[in-house]
Design a protein around this ligand. Sequence first.
Ligand SMILES: [Fe+2]
Length: 333
Amino acid sequence: MTLRLTTTFTALLAASPALAEVNIYSQRQPELIAPITEAFTAKTGIETNVVYLDQGLTERLSAEGSRSPADVLMTVDIARLAQAVEAGVTQPVDSSVLQDNIPAQFRDPGNQWFGVTSRARIVYASKDRVADGEVTTYEDLVDPKWQGRICTRSGTHPYNLALLSAMIEHHGYDAAKDWALGLKANLARKPQGNDRAQVKAIWAGECDISLGNTYYMGEMLEDPEQTEWANSVRIIFPTFENGGTHMNVSGVAMTSAAPHREDGLKFMEFLASPEAQEIYAQANHEFPVKPGVPRADLVASWGDFTADAVNLMDLAALRGDALRLMEEIDFDG
Ligand SMILES: [Fe+2]
């Protein structure tokens, strides 16, 4: 009797549309992904449940282990994606849709995570005090002409560690150390604040150029208090002398527990679809990863650039070196 009941119950549940759901642990702001999850549910009938975790996503998945209700995780920055893989809370996903839609440098060679949007780490330059063409490479930033004119957030912030990892990848540890020392020598003040605080400092006349991620231009323009800061600078896409502009991603991965694996895969493939890529492009000032998907008008207005082609997992492997380097030279000191 018990067995029969259980079987019937299971069969009922399996046939119930209510079972079609995807549980998402997200380090991205809920409002950023709401338009995507709504479009996914409208298209597939699969519900989504989003748990927003500002911090500790990997730790929570580790603690929950195989009992975790999470199917997919969404986060930003290669360091966090690599950390999740290292902690064993993800599983590989073999999908031709994901492989076809996402360029190789923006996904894990082992298929453990997939980039869904990209952002560039660029130079914000004072419209008044920096002329066109004065900065074309990251290497330019150590030119003595910038002495006392550069602002940046902490050298050990993940965004700057990824950039330094790319410098190590392109030129080797010793040359990257010289570069970081040269950059430190050109700083207008000790590293402090976030990327937007540097643009504020340019607006206030404390420095003339800063390092920052592209999407913050969009965020500043949407914030009445910060619009003036944004309007005092323009975006320059530097390249490495032997490469392109440094990129990072927001990404998605299937959790190792994934109780709704099939629907989770549908969600991941939806994220890489032209439809979701376009929603993303309009919603958050990032670049779609799928080639051919148009950028939002504002994002397109920043101009074209050549993305660095290095695979982000190669940069993740250099993160330890980058951190050691920043500590060796006491970059923030
Ligand atoms: Fe950010």
